[in-house]
Ligand binder design. Sequence first.
Ligand SMILES: [Zn+2]
Length: 62
Amino acid sequence: MDAVDRAVAWCPVCGRDLRDQRAFVQEYWSAREQNFLCWCPRCFSQCTVTISDRVILSEPEH
Ligand SMILES: [Zn+2]
């Protein structure tokens, strides 16, 4: 199992195995970003997992 398979193997909301035949995982690309549209049969959530080379975030002051 490579890094991409691990990224979409589990539901990000409830942790169910998305390799279940009732789950939906569709790969698509947007420019250089690899995305996976996922639907979970346990919690019925839909999400998009994006695989990127890097992530730039801002951190609020505290
Ligand atoms: Zn779920």
